[in-house]
Ligand binder design. Sequence first.
Ligand code: PXG
Length: 441
Amino acid sequence: MNARTKLPDLSHLWMPFTANKQFKADPRMLTGAKGMYYTSADGRRILDGTAGLWCVNAGHCRDEIAQAIAHQAATLDYAPGFQLGHPDAFEAASAVASFMPEGMDRIFFTNSGSESVDTALKIALAYHRARGEGQRTRLIGRERGYHGVGFGGISVGGIGPNRKAFSGALLPAIDHLPHTHDLEHNAFSRGQPAWGAHLADELERIVALHDPSTIAAVIVEPMAGSTGVLIPPKGYLERLREITSRHGILLIFDEVITAYGRLGAATASDFFGVKPDLLTMAKGISNAAIPAGAVAARREIHDAIVNGVQGGIEFFHGYTYSAHPMAAAAVLATLNLYRRDRLFDRARELSPAFEQAAHSLQGAPHVIDVRNLGLVAGIELQSRDGAVGARAAEIFQKCFDRGLLVRYTGDILAISPPLIVEAGQIKEMFDTIGAVLKDVR
Ligand code: PXG
């Protein structure tokens, strides 16, 4: 590293989801950010092709959000959220509700996507119990699903390495739907693939096996992000909705990535026209300027739990920092920005050009699939023999060296820029990837 700033001692920080030894041998440091760009420690501008980690939807260091946080830090730094309130917590909940699908307007605040997922799973169990169906304890996730890193989240999650070391301690009553990825049928689909709706029928098999009366909820990402961008086949989510409703099972959409404009609508639920019972969010809710997350619940679910108890605490769950004043201020400022600048419309309007640019990589070396929806693209590469992920890791580094931040998982690259991205920057991203693809073996 050609360090402009002196490199700190790297030994103490145990980095999350990082190859620690490798990173520390050759660190990549970010020291600033504005709009569409990071600044690296060696003074270069890095075009942000990933909105941080799918979260900086309004672009970096927005003045309105920074000022709201700074003002709150100096006015009400912290207020307990148990048995006390502060006005911005209620304002933020109303603001979040105004972006949610009709009727999903009861909002529980968390600090992250993982907490939102575990909160939603607990709401599902509490709901059934409140209605006298406490035997509904089974939770159904999906292969390749990512639902954060809490024990609930990795139990319903379907990414092997995230579960392996903890496999003996996962929740006991879990099952998984098959994932929907199949290149034989769906390679180079633009938007939703035509093939695969029938995979939702696997839920009927799982329901028959366990009996519907034992199943509390099904949780899926409407568009799977972390695992490498899996777009739901046409009709698939509709079928999951139909089957869950018919059996009295709650449907949870994990919208930690998709909520707040990623697909060109406020939520994936809106985009696909399929309404879940619970909807988890984080990331874009605060533009990632302060940790924040939430669960939106259908009003009947909230009411069943809250009205199901005579007096006292109705739901034994919450965090010291639920609706933290700075998070509430950041959420309010962020949601105002989204609305004022019509950023979700912007994402929708840009998505055809984004699709076009992404699919220009069809035929480039190593590319076996390109898939896209809204402002998300997945570019799947042929893996090297015996070295899954090595090619993508090299591409990630070479893109970074050329001033572009991309994400990769296995040998799949994911592009998901802030929604303020300009058409020229979209072209630059895919042109850079195209050039780098020619430059790796
Ligand atoms: N659910 C979904 C659908 C997510 O994508 C979480 C839950 C967990 O959120 P927290 O805030 O606890 O991390 C996520 C997070 C990547 C990547 O590179 C994706 C996530 C996090 C970090 C990296 O794809 N998603």
